[in-house]
Ligand binder design. Sequence first.
Ligand code: NAP
Length: 476
Amino acid sequence: MTSKIPEAAYLIASLLFIIGLKRLSSPRTARSGNIAAAIGMGLALAGTFILPGMGNFVWILLAIVIGTVPGWLLAKRVKMTAMPQMVSLFNGMGGACALFISLGEELKWLQQLNGGLGGFGFSRREALAHSFPMLLGIVLGGISFTGSLVAFGKLQGLVSEKPLRWPLQKPVNVLVVLGILATAASSAALANHYEPALTWIIVLTVLALVIGVLQVLPIGGADMPVVISVLNSCTGSAAAVTGFAMQNMSMIIAGTLVGAAGSLLTLLMCKAMNRSLLKVIFGSFGGGAQGQAAAGASDKTQREIAAPECAVMMGYARKVIIIPGYGLAVAQAQHMVHELDELLEKRGVEVKYAIHPVAGRMPGHMNVLLAEADVPYPKLLDMDEINPEFEQADVAIIIGANDVVNPAARTDPGSPIYGMPVLNADKAKNIIVIKRGRGTGFAGIENDLFFNPKTRMLFGDAKKALQELCAEVKGL
Ligand code: NAP
């Protein structure tokens, strides 16, 4: 009977994980989804405590406290803009868990097989089949652990954000991957000989940790969100295979959910950026086309506008669409943009926000930022919903966005972002762009929209420019 209770707890926990994930897909239900998944995790933990043969409760509780206290404090204090590195750090911890559990299970298995723990007779084939999930858990967990730590270091500024390259990089990586395959095969083939098998497992673990570092170091800082998503799916898969090794249903289901969600998010981000996953992992953004685009644009002029004129344009408009981008997040201007929105609405102007799926530097960046400033969710419209509305907009105001409004993605087959779906800001009757200068965006390419006769540039830091705009709109 007692052995049925943990199984029931795992089943309910798994259902709660699925419900939680489903509810996380909308900002309206995300909070309750998070709570449902947390209750599921609590149930799974409680179920594990009453598994037959469990002991060492004091040590387990101590480990839980040591993990929970800093995790709780970090999560409470983290700034919204530091969220990507936080996710990366937590993901790395998940990878480390999968690595150590798989390692522990594999070593226990080896000891049993070789008689150390009252051994039993398995054929070599059966031993190989049994070792496979644990070896995979060691490799995936190790890659996820060190890869996520390097990603954390890059995003936190502890390691250079630039793509790091060195001679013979790719051949060395290929050699390490071949080494991983060879050591995994050797450790499984020698499973009946404890010490050689143990040696190969240690080498395998070290190589998995090394390839995590080598693979993430050459990736540029701005590609990190995609990399984190890949590593996230790697951690999920590691947990799922470890669940197979331990025959733990809850781990298999939770790991599969994380692995699948991470893979889908990776594919969606790559699609929204019009980048192949291979290019993100093995190459850096841009290239030759950047110079050409910039050179072509250098002889064109941008037309400036001052805050008072801009305020008049918006204050007497019927419909204004706000397009937030990475610069808004850098300037922390989310509260100011909400204030401008409220001032305009008081004057009877209809205001909507156009949210591009990869605006900013992490999935949902703009939604999170604007939610922090209490902008109502119904005003945030996805690209497909808002694009048909630009033609009726009197003003499209672009705040610190660049690539996500670049018409070259629709019109210039030579552009590195050609094919990426973009917001049709160029279809609005008037376009205002707030940015500090002539800096390019993440893709490093010029944007013809800034030279469009309908466009006016309001140069300056987004927060300062919005403060001036608010003051002017108040005085209308
Ligand atoms: P963007 O193309 O990176 O452009 C941001 C613009 O903001 C820059 O041109 C910059 O120009 C301006 N800016 C920077 N700081 C500012 C400040 N303090 N005040 C005002 N303006 C400021 O941004 P985006 O349009 O949001 O596009 C996001 C890009 O990131 C896309 O290419 C996307 O593919 C990529 N990406 C997104 C994700 C994701 O998950 N969201 C992940 C990876 C990559 P100045 O320097 O002239 O001010």
